[in-house]
Design a protein. Structure first.
Length: 329
């Protein structure tokens, strides 16, 4: 009997975008507690770049990448009671493998979509929406009127964080990588936007944020930006580092975070957040409610599945804004 296969974008070993190749991979049988999903979209996230480049190690090679997708349930294993064949579903989190036409994964990872949310929106919103929920509800204690600094504010995560923050009554200041992205960040809710390549952005942020600095800073850039971001915090502020496309973050002495301007550093992970069943369900519930109530997610670029390498190259080069999707079927 011939095993079923499916088209997937895989890597044989870590490398650049060109390491992503179209492959026919075996589709395992659906076991107890599992579901087979015929996918419509997969989200492209910077964590995928980390796995592709080798910063994060895949469990085995060859590896299909991707942690976020949406599609339709095609088959169910024994013991799955809360889904049925034909349900529209979305997910984010491990195991890897979203860059595929079909895949088998734990049914507990899947969430059924409300009628008001289409598959394209769901795939664009799951990872970035849960990231926003985690940052704004779990990482810091925030009150209406508090200031949030969002780096890469024109990106997919930056835009949804900014929009959700404004819905909570928070005030947003953003940074972007080029002047062409300033208006995108403003449209998403940033009251002021600066170029993070400008040496004076820290002083500009502090001046905008009541002259004292922000209560929460979200750094998805890393490299030298992290140390400068600390200086944009007010006393007892928190910086959440969620990525490092600009390079590794230099070590910092814990004593440097204390008196006379005590601040805190967090390294939250949306994949760890999604792995916790209670946090996952809470975050998805709140995200879907917010989307139904008018929260929008911007889709900046969409590529065919076979062009995943081009999607990675554009994402790394900063040529995209908003969420990045692979269209599958």
């Amino acid at each position: 009997m011939t095993s079923a296969t499916t088209l997937a974008m895989t890597i044989a070993a870590p490398g650049g975008p060109e390491a992503l190749r179209a492959s026919e991979i075996a589709l395992p049988p659906v076991g107890p507690g599992e579901a087979r999903v015929r996918q419509s979209y997969a989200g492209v996230n910077y964590v995928d770049v980390y796995y592709r480049s080798g910063l994060y190690a895949a469990p085995a090679y060859p590896a299909a990448l991707g942690v976020e997708g949406a599609g339709v349930v095609a088959a169910l294993g024994a013991g799955v009671a809360d889904l049925k064949v034909g349900d529209r579903v979305a997910y984010v989190g491990h195991p890897l493998g979203a860059y595929a036409a079909e895949r088998v994964l734990p049914a507990s990872r899947l969430v059924r979509l409300p009628e008001a949310i289409d598959l394209r929106t769901a795939s664009a919103a799951m990872a970035r929406g849960l990231t926003a929920h985690m940052l704004l509800n779990k990482v810091a204690i925030l009150r209406a009127g508090d200031w949030v600094l969002v780096h890469a504010a024109a990106g997919g995560a930056g835009q949804i964080v900014s929009r959700w923050a404004r819905r909570l009554g928070l005030r947003v200041v953003g940074t972007v990588g080029s002047a062409a992205k300033v208006e995108t960040a403003r449209a998403a809710g940033a009251e002021a936007v600066f170029l993070h390549g400008d040496p004076g952005w820290v002083d500009q942020v502090r001046r905008v944020a009541d002259g004292a600095g922000v209560q929460l800073a979200i750094d998805g850039i890393g490299g030298e930006t992290f140390a400068r971001t600390l200086a944009a915090l007010r006393p007892f502020g928190v910086v959440a580092t969620i990525g490092q496309p600009a390079g590794p973050i230099a070590p910092i002495a814990v004593e440097a975070l204390g008196y006379p301007r005590p601040v805190a550093v967090a390294r939250p992970s949306v994949l760890a957040y999604a792995k916790d069943p209670d946090r996952y369900r809470e975050g998805v519930r709140d995200l879907f409610a917010a989307l139904a109530d008018g929260l929008t997610v911007s889709i900046g670029a969409e590529y065919p599945l076979r062009e995943a390498a081009r999607a990675h190259a554009d994402l790394e080069a900063g040529r995209t804004t908003g969420s990045v999707l692979l269209a599958i079927g």
